[in-house]
Write a protein of this length. Structure first.
Length: 119
């Protein structure tokens, strides 16, 4: 089981990035998939989340209107499209897969990808 984030990097304010979270060993469409971020010296915060059915999407107020979460079941990958990036979006972005099961919760995390927004 593995979650691998990619797509981070250095971008100027106002720019865009698309993060990818590629899953192996399980299917993203059967899990709640969530993007979190943690900025230096700050607590981790939820950025965007998609239910297993994809019918329910939650976006943090701090990124609403700028970030979009999507999923490609064929590629077994979840994406975070980030537009109009701001310096305060600088953080390590993590992907999480969660599922409640009869034997207990399933909770997978990737190692993160760094996004730096700076001129």
């Amino acid at each position: 089981v593995q979650l691998v984030e990619s797509g981070g990097g250095l971008v100027q304010p106002g720019g865009s990035l698309t993060l990818s979270c590629a899953a192996s060993g399980f299917t993203v469409s059967s899990h709640v998939m969530t993007w979190h971020r943690q900025a230096p010296g700050k607590e981790r915060e939820m950025v965007a989340s998609m239910s297993s059915s994809a019918a329910n999407i939650a976006i943090a107020d701090s990124v609403k209107g700028r970030f979009t979460i999507s999923r490609d079941n064929t590629e077994n990958t979840v994406y975070l499209q980030m537009n109009n990036l701001k310096p305060e979006d600088t953080a390590v972005y993590y992907c999480q897969a969660f599922q409640r099961s009869p034997v207990g919760p399933v909770d997978y995390w990737g190692k993160g990808t760094l996004v730096t927004v700076s001129s």
